[in-house]
Every structure is written in C-alpha cells, then in structure tokens.
Design a protein around this ligand. Structure first.
Ligand code: FES
Length: 167
C-alpha cells in the first residue's frame, strides 16, 4: 500500500517552493486551510496530490479532511483546468431556450463532457446554474466574457475566437 502511494507521488514533478512559502506564512494561523488552499491554487492552477500531501503534513491535518474541504467548495479544483473556462448556463431561462444544444456543440467540437478539460489543456467545459443574465438567454461565459442569445452556430464562432485569437 505504501509503495503505491510513493509511486503516485513520484509521477508529479512540481516545484514545491512556492507552496512551502505559503505554508510557512500561515504556519501559526488557526483555521488557515481555506486561504492556504486559495493561495496555492492561484499559484499552481489546481490542487494536485503532491501539494495536498504537503499541506496535510505541514498543517497536521489528514489528507481526507483537506479533500473534504476542497470538494465542498466549488472554487477548488483537484484536476488540471484549461486555459479557457467555458460555462454553459443550464438555468431555467437558458434551458427553455435550448441551452442543451450549446452543450452538445461543445461536446461535439471539443470531444469532452461537462467538467472535463481538453487534452491540450486549452478548454474546460462546465455546466452551471443561472448566471444572472436570463434576459439574453441562452448564455455561455468564456473566462470573463458573457455571450448571450447564442445558437450552436454562433457558439462555434465564439469558440473560434479563442482557438485563433484575432491578430
Ligand atoms: S437561466 Fe441562464 S442566465 Fe439565468
């Protein structure tokens, strides 16, 4: 059992110095897990296994406790994320305007399902609840850009802009 754990640690070669710095900074702060995870995620993009093990050691908490917190809050990610985050709204207003056809377009084009990232780490696709822009349903947000009244064809054009950014 111990052997398997060592192997899974070995397959990630990551510079832990930034994580160490963050942990030293919070070493004597009670209840610091969430800010520590936020800062570490900002640095590394997601909470990889090696880092969770390090946090566990330094904060003297079990790995399962840390994963429990990380999975409770949607802001934390345990898997790598893409350079661009595509959020398809599945709230009621978007649903009745056929948001499903937008999800289907993404699945067909990027060959990933919801909550997955393309192999080249360009895109992560998420289905989310109401984004607060029901007046322009159906809505897709890519990174911080809101795209409304979309059809599958218009979404195709939107995605093109992120694949081939304007010169
Ligand atoms: S339901 Fe999609 S923005 Fe509100």
């Amino acid at each position: 059992m111990g052997k398997a754990k060592k192997q899974s640690l070995q397959d990630e070669t990551v510079d832990l110095s930034m994580a160490e710095k963050i942990l030293v900074h919070y070493k004597d702060v009670d209840g610091c897990l969430i800010p520590v995870l936020q800062k570490i995620q900002n640095e590394y993009g997601y909470l990889r296994e090696t880092i969770i093990n390090l946090v566990s050691e330094r904060l003297n908490m079990s790995v399962s406790e840390i994963i429990g917190v990380a999975t409770f809050y949607s802001q934390f990610h345990l898997k790598p994320r893409g350079k661009h985050i595509i959020k398809v709204c599945c709230g009621t207003a978007c649903h009745v305007k056929n948001a499903k056809s937008l999800s289907a377009k993404i699945v067909g084009r990027l060959k990933i399902n919801a909550n997955e990232t393309t192999e080249d780490r360009m895109f992560t696709f998420e289905e989310v609840s109401c984004l607060g822009a029901c007046g322009i349903a159906p809505v897709v947000v890519v990174d911080k850009d809101v795209h409304g009244t979309l059809s599958p064809d218009k979404l195709e054009d939107v995605l093109d802009r992120y694949v081939k950014p304007a010169a």
